[in-house]
Design a protein around this ligand. Structure first.
Ligand code: ADP
Ligand code: MG
Length: 217
């Protein structure tokens, strides 16, 4: 499903954030990308999401070569990806439900079907009772679960999350991780970057560790 081969990423300014990274991720896998701060975890997730392009190497996601991907093909790729990045903020001037509805607005569902799907996504993350709440009234863990609902509402085949448990207490982090495990159990491929592997069970989870831009394991 995902094949990265000899990937390099050099940022403008010359810093080489990824060096000769090769890996394969099969459909339905759950993979944790570990490594120190600055190791290249976020960069790798951005390559997988086509937010950044590799400087060299090849990267194929769902049969699409991201190195040669034409701009027009981006929406098609993204439809299969659920992204949870720190810079994708929730909208604090809309309700929880409206935040989850947003990604559905562009795919042309009837309003009724969109609301049905958005509420189903909120239910999955345990927030249906808070559908009318403004995200600012939600706890950190609830906000993160709302971001997950927004990411999964289009039923992506791959979920990509960058440090999804950062700034959460242990109980909230546990809930968030359990959600990812639940999506993985229904065959969604889950790729999570985290500098703290603590609390994540080893069973059925593969760990890839980056060290100064190279894959250490
Ligand atoms: N847009 C950018 N421009 C220049 N350097 C960057 C950029 N983004 C990240 N870097 C550098 O690339 C390295 C890896 O960053 P990142 O992928 O964010 O690591 P991690 O997520 O593991 O902490 C860091 O040294 C960081 O400073
Ligand atoms: Mg990072």
């Amino acid at each position: 499903m995902i094949v990265g081969s000899q990937l390099y990423k050099r940022y403008p300014g010359g810093f080489e954030a990824l060096k000769n990274v090769s890996f394969e991720i099969a459909g339905g896998e759950m993979v944790l990308i570990g490594g120190h701060s600055g190791a290249g975890k976020t960069t790798l997730l951005k390559l997988l999401s086509a937010i950044e392009r590799p400087t060299s190497g090849s990267l194929v996601v769902n049969g699409q070569n991201l190195v040669a991907l034409r701009h027009a093909a981006l929406p098609f790729l993204r439809r299969n990806l659920g992204l949870i990045f720190q810079d994708q903020k929730l909208l604090f001037d809309r309700s929880a439900l409206d935040n989850v509805l947003l990604p559905l607005e562009i795919i042309g569902l009837s309003p009724k079907e969109a609301v049905r799907r958005a509420r189903a996504a909120l239910d999955k993350v345990g927030l249906l009772a808070r559908e009318k709440a403004n995200p600012i009234a939600l706890s950190g863990g609830e906000q993160q679960r709302l971001a997950i609902a927004r990411a999964v509402v289009n039923r992506p085949t791959i979920l990509i999350a960058d440090e999804p448990t950062a700034n959460l207490d242990e109980a909230s982090a546990r809930q968030v991780i359990d959600l990812f495990i639940a999506f993985n159990q229904v065959r969604v491929t889950v790729i999570i970057a985290t500098h703290a592997l603590y609390g994540i069970p080893g069973k059925d989870v593969r760990v890839m560790t980056l060290d100064h831009g190279t894959l250490a394991s």
